[in-house]
Ligand binder design. Structure first.
Ligand code: SAH
Length: 485
C-alpha cells in the first residue's frame, strides 16, 4: 500500500519503540505512533514517511485487547518528553523491558535463548516520586495576562519548548518547594531566565539532588554569567537554606551556546559542596559533577544483583570499569581481595577515593581516565609487576596466562553508548573468569555481548532491574562467563 502524508489508516500496533512509541506495520513498513500501545488497533494519520519507516499520529483507539492502557497520573504526561510510558500499566512496562532485553540479546547479541537463565525483572514497589535528581530548564514565558514570567519544567518531546511543571510525578516531592522558591526569588529580584535564541538572560537550569537515606539536598543554579551580585546571593541563600535538608547551594557557570547543561566551573555559595548518601552499609559523598544512579531504592537491588552475579569469595581481583564515585567498587570490595576502579570524570574519582577512606575500605584503588586508555596501560604495568602473592618469578608463562591473574571478575557499567572496542579487546586479553555487565541500553549491550561471544565468553544469566519507572529506558545486569574448551 502506498502511504502519503495526511492519509488516515487503520493500524494494528504490535510493538513499542525505544521512546515508548507504539509501532505498527503496513506491508512490513514500520510506522511509529506516539501514545499508541501494542494490542490496540487505532485510526492513525500519517505525518511523515521516510524511506525505511514513518511517523503517524494517533487519532482514535478503535479496538483494544489487553493493552494495559491506564490513565496517566500526571496532567502533562502526554506533552512532556519525560515519562514516555505513563499511559501503560506498570506491570506491562516491566514486561516490555524484560522482553526488550531478551530480544536484543537474542537478535543482536547472538545469545542462545535456551542456554541462558532469564530471571524475572526486578520491579519497583512504588514507581512514583522515586527520582533523586532533576535538571529543570528555566525560561521566560508569558502568563495569561501576557506578562513574561520565569517558568521551570520539562522539555516537550523532541523540542526545546518548556512545559511548566513543578510537581513532577516521578521526582521527589521536595523538588516542588525548591523550584517554587527559586522561581519566586527570580520574580521578586527581577532575575531573568536564559533565552536560547538570543543567548541572553541569566538562569539556565535548576539542578537539584537529594540523598535518599540522609535527606541532604543540593541545589545548583546554572547561570549564563560569571557571577551574581552579593545581594542576589544573599536573598537566594536566605530563601533556600531554610528548606529542610538543604546542605549545599552552588552556582555553575555556563556561558557557552550549548545544549550541555553543566559548565566546567562550580562555585559553592552556601554549605558544603557534596551530599552524603548510603547504599546498603556503605556511605558515599556525591559531588554535583559525579554520576549517581537516580533511583536509590532500585540502585541497591541493582548492585545486589551485580554482586550475586560476580559470586565473590573474598579471594578475587575485581575491576569496576566506568565506576563513577566507586559505588559498585566499594560494594564489591567487601567481598573481594582487591578492586580497581576506572572512571573518566576527575571529581567522581576524587569522590571514589574519599568514599573508600570514609568507609575504611583499603582494598580499592581508583584511576582516572578513559577506560579504553587506562585499562590497557594498567593491564600491562600490573601484568609486568605481577605483585600477586605466590607468583614471583613466573616469567616463562604465556602472555594470556600472565595476564589472567590480573582479573578474576570485570564489572562494566558504561553509559548508553556501551563499551569501547579497545576496552573489550583488553578485557578479553585479561581473561577474567567472569564479566558482569551492568547496562542502561540493551542494544549496545547486545552489540558488546556479540563481540565477547566471538572471543570465548557466553551469557549465563540476565536480569532487568527497573530504574526508570514510567519512562522507556531499560537497565539490566548480565553475567558472562569465560568458556573453557
Ligand atoms: N557504576 C557507576 C557509574 C555508571 S555511569 C554507578 O553505578 O554509579 C557511567 C560512568 O562512566 C559515568 O560515571 C561516566 O562519567 C563514566 N564514563 C563515561 N565514559 C567513560 C570512559 N570512556 N571511561 C571511563 N569512564 C567513563
Amino acid at each position: 500500500m502506498e502511504l502519503r502524508k495526511n492519509q488516515e489508516i487503520t493500524l494494528k500496533i504490535d510493538d513499542l519503540g525505544n521512546n515508548g512509541e507504539g509501532i505498527g506495520h503496513v506491508d512490513g513498513y514500520a510506522l511509529f505512533v506516539k501514545d499508541a500501545l501494542p494490542g490496540e488497533t487505532i485510526r492513525a494519520k500519517i505525518m511523515k514517511c521516510n524511506k525505511k519507516y514513518g511517523f503517524a499520529r494517533m487519532m482514535d483507539v478503535l479496538e483494544c485487547s489487553d493493552s494495559g492502557r491506564v490513565e496517566p497520573k500526571c496532567p502533562v504526561a502526554r506533552q512532556c518528553g519525560g515519562c514516555t510510558l505513563q499511559h501503560l500499566s506498570y506491570e506491562k512496562q516491566l514486561d516490555y523491558k524484560e522482553k526488550k532485553v531478551r530480544d536484543c540479546l537474542v537478535r543482536i547479541g547472538g545469545v542462545s535463548e535456551e542456554k541462558v537463565e532469564w530471571l524475572p525483572a526486578i520491579g519497583m514497589e512504588m514507581p512514583w516520586h522515586y527520582r533523586n535528581k532533576a535538571q529543570f530548564p528555566v525560561r521566560m514565558q508569558k502568563d495569561e495576562s501576557g506578562t513574561p514570567r520565569p517558568v521551570a519544567g520539562f522539555y516537550a518531546g523532541r523540542t526545546h519548548s518548556i512545559i511548566p511543571v513543578t510537581d513532577c510525578a516521578i521526582q521527589h516531592p521536595c523538588m516542588k518547594e525548591i523550584l517554587e522558591t527559586v522561581l519566586f526569588w527570580m520574580q521578586e529580584q527581577h532575575v531573568t531566565a536564559y533565552d536560547e535564541a538570543s543567548h541572553r538572560g541569566l538562569v539556565r537550569h535548576i539542578y537539584i539532588r537529594r540523598a535518599y537515606t540522609t535527606g541532604q539536598i543540593m541545589v545548583c543554579l546554572v547561570i549564563n554569567g560569571r557571577r551574581i551580585s552579593g545581594d542576589l546571593q544573599r536573598t537566594l541563600i536566605e530563601k533556600l537554606s531554610g528548606i529542610p535538608g538543604m546542605t549545599g547551594i552552588l552556582l555553575n557557570i555556563n556561558t557557552d551556546q550549548t545544549n550541555v547543561i553543566l559548565g566546567k566551573k562550580m562555585q559553592l555559595i552556601w554549605g558544603q559542596e557534596y551530599i552524603e548518601d548510603r547504599i546498603g552499609e556503605i556511605s558515599y559523598h556525591i559531588s554535583p559533577q559525579s554520576f549517581y544512579q537516580v533511583n536509590p531504592v532500585q540502585t541497591e537491588k541493582l548492585y545486589q544483583t551485580a554482586l550475586e552475579f560476580a559470586s565473590l569469595t573474598g579471594e578475587e581481583v575485581v575491576w569496576d570499569l566506568y565506576c563513577g564515585i566507586g559505588t559498585i567498587s566499594l560494594f564489591l570490595a567487601q567481598n573481594a581481595k582487591k578492586v580497581y576502579g576506572v572512571e573518566i570524570v576527575p571529581e567522581a574519582i576524587k569522590n571514589a577515593r574519599e568514599n573508600a577512606r570514609l568507609n575504611g575500605i583499603h582494598n580499592a584503588e581508583f584511576f582516572c581516565g578513559a577506560a579504553e586508555e587506562v585499562v590497557p596501560r594498567l593491564a600491562e604495568e600490573l601484568g609486568g609487576v605481577r605483585n600477586l602473592p605466590g607468583e614471583e618469578g613466573n616469567e616463562a608463562e604465556s602472555e594470556t596466562e600472565k595476564m589472567s591473574t590480573l582479573a578474576d571478575v570485570v564489572v562494566v557499567d558504561p553509559p548508553r553508548k556501551g563499551c569501547d572496542g579497545v576496552l573489550l579487546d583488553t578485557i578479553v586479553k585479561m581473561a577474567p573468569e567472569k564479566i558482569v555487565y551492568v547496562s542502561c541500553d540493551p542494544a549496545t549491550l547486545a552489540r558488546d555481548v556479540k563481540l565477547l561471544g566471538e572471543k570465548g565468553y557466553e551469557v549465563r544469566k540476565v536480569r532487568a532491574c527497573d530504574m526508570f519507572g514510567q519512562g522507556g529506558h531499560t537497565e539490566c545486569v548480565v553475567e558472562i562467563q569465560r568458556k573453557h574448551i
